[in-house]
Design a protein around this ligand. Sequence first.
Ligand SMILES: N[C@@H](CCC(=O)N[C@@H](CS)C(=O)NCC(=O)O)C(=O)O
Length: 216
Amino acid sequence: MIVYGSIVSPFVRKLIAYLGEKGLAFELKGVGIGDPDPGFRAASPLGKMPAIDDDGYLLADSSAIIHYLEAKHPEPALIPADPAERGQVIWWDEFADTVFAACGGKMFFNRIVAPKFLQREGDLAAAAEAETVELPKLLDYLESAIPDSGFLVGDRLTIADLAVVSPLVNLRHCGSCIDAATHPRIAKWSEAILARPSMAPWVAKEERMMAKVLAA
Ligand SMILES: N[C@@H](CCC(=O)N[C@@H](CS)C(=O)NCC(=O)O)C(=O)O
C-alpha cells in the first residue's frame, strides 16, 4: 500500500502510527501541500494528505482510511466494538481532526509552513490568537478528560490516543510544549503514547528534519 503525505502532518502521523500498531506494511510517498504528483491527485480529490493507493483502491482522509483498514484488518482492534466506547473513540477522533489539529494548524502553518516551506509570510496574529485564546481551553478540556488508565477510551490503545496526541507534535515544533505542572495528565499520557514504537521513530525523524528546516 502506498501512503501519500508528509510526516509533519498530524493526519499523516495518525495514519502512520495506526499502520504501525496494526503491523501493516506501507510505502510512504512524500508529497507536500499543493503537490502535483498524479498518483496523489488521483487518490485525493481535494489534494489533502493523507491519501492511499491500496492495490488500486484509492482513498483520502485519515479517518476514512483508518475505517477502511479497520474493516479489512479487524485485529488488533483499534476501534472498539462496544457501542459506548466506539462513540467515545469517534468523538475523540473528531475532536482531534476538526478542533485540536485546526488550532495547532493555525500556529504550525503560519509560523513554520508558510515562511519555511511556501516562502510566504504567515498570519502571525491568527497564530497568536490560536495559542493564547483557543489552545488553553482545549488543553484544559483534555486534561480533565484523560482517565487514570492512561488511555483516552477504555483501558487500552485506540485510534483516539493516536489522533489526539498527533497535533501535540506540531505544537512542540512551534515551541509550545505541555507544562507538566499545569497539565500533568496530558504530559504523562502524551509521553507514553509518543514513546510507542509506532510513533517514536517517526517523530524522531521528523524532529531531525524540523531542526534543519528551522535552522535554515
Ligand atoms: N480531514 C483530513 C484533513 C487532511 C488535511 O487537511 N491535511 C492537510 C495537511 S495537515 C492538507 O493536506 N492540506 C492541504 C490543503 O488544504 O490544500 C484528514 O483527516 O485526512
